[in-house]
Design a protein around this ligand. Structure first.
Ligand code: 5CA
Ligand code: ZN
Length: 451
């Protein structure tokens, strides 16, 4: 991104980053379509009365809303909000669309930009005032059980999405004081960034009937009664790209999972007098061979030293580099360099169409495994408050909790982190006591320094 754009918290996507983003979004789109979600696109502006209708919701977002007050010089009759999220845009339309049980479940999503006047330190991809890749899904159901099932499905969709990108995560039920404004409860996905702080990379909210009651979203049951629907919503943003970059990257730059890499293979010809043309021809041959296997491949024939090209593509995170010189030409081989392990291996030229797809799969698995191991090493379990204080900041600390807000707040203060919540799905705690009050631990609770 170009971070020099002159509005705080707003950044410019550049072509290479944009292509990575596109592939990440497409992956998510596919998963949502496969599970019966349909894509829609709502307007960016929300009338003030509509935004303010759900009291808890607006209380949560009030400080973060950008307002459009004028059309040209004329003051608008009603202020319009730039959507901070779209519940209050979408649900009044749900009320019009949903008539009977036959219209349910309704599962839609959109990928849009949303606006939040964030007051915490803004950063590209992580805390933006214009969130440029806000994928929000919204669903309506006849029964509470079906809505609960939808929460589970959403958690599964996100889990497999993160898995494929090699992003490790844990899911937690956020504490009451940190749930989504207007929700019954929130399940959040957190990953661990290299500096020991967690990043919330996705959330699934059980909305119950709260918004349905506010916006009169009802349906006619088989018996002919009018009932409120149960709703869920869940979202993912640019933060997924941020965590992918931060978690897999190294001191040479990006390391991209082959799935979302704009180029999966770059071919660098190492030209030598006398055989220049032959080497270039060989490079193009490799390109064609791999393209046939649906590999995204590029021959870098720029007039630049091979060393500089190596650095250039390493910085960009291209998973595999094929080096072709006079020696390879003579021996009928190719040198293949792996970006993840920074390792070279020589293969017979004809083997490439088989070797390259295999290596890409291996790289994806290796990235995922390496990230998962590091993540597991950043999860600490302790029942000692001193230990907890020492470990918060190094990663995620799990300890016992009586469940009271008072003790939760005290943990935040004394341990110097935020309460991420309790494990999802719910599990019996291994801890005996709450380290603050000494009462029986009802839950395992997670605390970490957060972004
Ligand atoms: N309507 C619901 C579900 S879409 C909603 O708005 N949930 S949210 O507030 O939790 O946002 C969804 C996700 O967007 C969060 O889990 C977080 O990963 C991401 N997100 C939130 N604020 C920002 C921001 N300022 N910049 C980048 N990503 C953000
Ligand atoms: Zn307690």
């Amino acid at each position: 991104m170009d971070v020099r754009y002159p509005v705080k918290g707003m950044y410019v996507w550049l072509p290479y980053g944009f292509e990575i983003r596109q592939r990440v979004v497409e992956k998510l789109r596919r998963k949502l379509r496969e599970t019966g979600h349909e894509e829609v696109l709502f307007p960016t502006l929300i009338p003030e009365t509509q935004l303010k209708k759900e009291s808890e919701h607006i209380a949560g977002f009030e400080d973060e809303v950008y307002w459009v007050t004028h059309g040209g010089l004329k003051e608008l009759d009603e202020k319009l909000a730039l959507r901070p999220t779209s519940e209050t845009a979408i649900y009044p339309m749900f009320a019009l669309w949903i008539r009977s049980h036959a219209d349910l479940p309704l599962k839609i999503f959109q990928v849009v930009n949303t606006f939040r006047y964030e007051t915490k330190h803004t950063r590209p991809l992580i805390r933006m005032r214009e969130i440029t890749t806000f994928k929000e899904a919204h669903t309506a159901h006849a029964t509470e059980e079906e809505a609960e099932e939808q929460v589970k499905e959403a958690v599964e969709i996100y889990s497999s999405f993160f898995d494929e990108l090699g992003i490790p995560y844990i899911a937690s039920v956020r504490p009451e004081w940190d749930k989504f404004p207007g929700a019954e409860y929130t399940v959040a996905f957190d990953t661990l960034m290299p500096d020991g702080r967690t990043l919330q990379i996705g959330t699934v909210h059980m909305l119950g009937q709260n918004f349905a009651k506010t916006f009169e979203v009802t349906y006619e049951t088989e018996e002919g009664d009018q009932e409120y629907v149960y709703m869920t919503c869940y979202g993912i943003s640019d933060r997924v790209v941020a965590s992918m970059i931060a978690i897999h990257g190294d001191e040479r730059g990006l390391v991209l999972p082959p799935d979302v890499a704009p180029y999966q293979v770059v071919v660098v010809p190492i030209l030598k007098k006398g055989v220049r043309r032959k080497i270039l021809e060989r490079a193009v041959e490799v390109e064609e061979m791999l393209r046939e296997e649906e590999v995204r491949v590029k021959v870098d024939d720029r007039d630049m030293s091979p060393g500089r090209k190596f650095h250039y593509w390493e910085l960009k995170g291209v998973p595999l580099r094929i080096e072709l010189g006079a020696r390879e030409l003579k021996e009928g081989t190719a040198v293949v360099f792996r970006r993840d392990e920074l390792d070279r291996e020589t293969y017979a030229f004809e083997e490439l169409p088989e070797v390259v797809p295999d290596l890409m799969e291996e790289i994806a698995m290796r990235l995922r495994k390496r990230a998962r191991e590091k993540f597991e090493n950043g999860i600490f379990r302790t029942d000692s408050p001193e230990e907890a204080r020492r470990l918060v900041g190094k990663g995620i600390v799990e300890t016992g909790w009586c469940g009271s807000k008072r003790c939760g707040m005290r943990m935040e203060e004394e341990f110097g982190g935020d309460v991420l919540g309790t494990p999802y799905p719910e599990e019996d705690t291994e801890f005996e006591r709450c380290p603050i009050c000494g009462e029986t631990a009802e839950y395992t609770v997670r605390i970490a320094k957060t972004y």
